[in-house]
Design a protein around this ligand. Structure first.
Ligand SMILES: NC(=O)c1ccc[n+]([C@@H]2O[C@H](COP(=O)([O-])OP(=O)(O)OC[C@H]3O[C@@H](n4cnc5c(N)ncnc54)[C@H](O)[C@@H]3O)[C@@H](O)[C@H]2O)c1
Length: 346
């Protein structure tokens, strides 16, 4: 078997951390990214950390001729598939864009893999496929429900598609990784999240308030049925998350078929708890006010990550303090993400 992994979306937030981890683990990496939500500079930072660089192909997963060329030129063993659009609000306004990019793009990728005899596939799914579960924590046994928005439905459709492919052809080895809430940054302070425009997620938003780019945090709802009324989520360090991908790849190469794992810590924190911890860890003040709940937001969501521990010997080891400290280190080094003039202070 070759030693090369194709990472779609490898210039993005999670993808760039996965590229680093793969290179550090002795893999060759080919990145395919259309840079619709990322900058090539992320890969320069990967090289600064580990002294190695992936092959970079700028292009789109919907371009079957380009995919054909990539698979012809490189002896690819497996695909980590991060490429996708992920903004929930935008998916409500422009569902066609999401079905085209995420669903049609993934189908094009799978068809090309099949043509080239590559069947190891690790997919970035999401806890959003559980819809509004009535019981916490969420295990892989929890019934998958209709996700509350088009973005989530693209994830569920892709999961179903992968299940059908696996049922029809036993050569497919597939990991469905259902992420909870990835946050944090590489501990070097050189690699992190580079949101374009106003961030959609809590931690990038808070850290931009702390750095002074945004004025105040709007907390969506203080009337959820939770102890302090704000939403509860299971935050997971991005480096723990990508370690889960490497374990998943090893696992599917040894245990054929399709496997599903939650990647979370098993602990939920409310928005208020996150703000308090951020203030404590960083010493920064975070002004905030409450606003209406967002349509489709569930009150609470946290994982039971036991299956990943039992089957792949994977656990998330980094604490909330680690996640916040690493986010803040990255944010203070690169206030405008990869577009910043580098001024590392840590
Ligand atoms: N970040 C999260 O909170 C979260 C949670 C659950 C699941 N996910 C999933 O994980 C994956 C990675 O998320 P991320 O946070 O790193 O997002 P990101 O936007 O930083 O990375 C996605 C990358 O894919 C690229 N891309 C998008 N469409 C493409 C296409 N058609 N062809 C080629 N490249 C394309 C973008 O340019 C970007 O670099 C996504 O599939 C996302 O849905 C993310």
């Amino acid at each position: 078997m070759s030693n090369t992994v194709l990472v779609t979306g490898g210039a993005g937030y999670i993808g760039s951390h996965a590229v680093l981890a793969l290179l550090q683990n002795g893999k060759n990496v080919v990145v395919l990214d259309n840079l619709s939500n990322s900058l090539r500079a992320a890969l320069d930072h990967v090289e600064n950390i580990c002294g190695k660089r992936p092959v970079f192909v700028e292009g789109d997963i919907r371009d079957s001729a380009l995919l054909d060329q990539v698979f012809s030129e490189h002896a690819i063993e497996a695909v980590f598939h991060f490429a996708g659009l992920k903004a929930v609000g935008e998916s409500v306004r422009e569902p066609e864009k999401y079905y085209d990019n995420n669903v049609a793009g993934t189908l094009t990728l799978l068809k090309t893999m099949n043509q080239h005899g590559v069947f190891n596939f690790v997919f970035s799914s999401s806890a959003t496929v559980y819809g509004c579960p009535s019981e916490m924590p969420i295990s892989e046994e929890t019934k998958v429900e209709r996700p509350t928005n088009p973005y989530g439905r693209t994830k569920l459709i892709i999961e179903d598609m992968l299940r059908d492919f696996s049922d029809a052809d036993e050569r497919w080895n597939i990991a469905l990784l259902r992420y909870f809430n990835p946050i944090g940054a590489h501990e070097s302070g050189l690699l992190g999240e580079h949101p374009q425009g106003i961030p959609n997620n809590l931690l990038p938003y808070i850290s931009q308030v702390a750095i002074g780019t945004l004025k105040e945090l709007k907390v969506f709802g203080n009337d959820h049925p939770t102890p302090d009324g704000t939403g509860i989520r299971d935050y997971i360090h991005v480096v723990d998350l990508v370690e889960g991908h490497l374990k998943a790849l090893d696992f599917i190469c040894e245990h054929k078929g399709l496997h599903t794992w939650n990647l979370g810590t098993g602990t939920g924190y409310s928005v208020i708890e996150i703000i308090d911890s951020f203030e404590q860890v960083t010493g920064q003040n975070i002004p905030y006010s409450f606003t209406e709940r967002r349509a489709g937001d569930v009150a609470e969501s946290w994982s039971n990550p036991a299956k990943a521990k039992v089957e792949m010997n994977w656990v998330a080891s980094r604490t909330l303090e680690d996640m916040i400290r690493d986010t803040w280190r990255w944010q203070s080094n690169y206030p405008a993400g990869y577009a910043s003039t580098p001024t590392p202070t840590h």
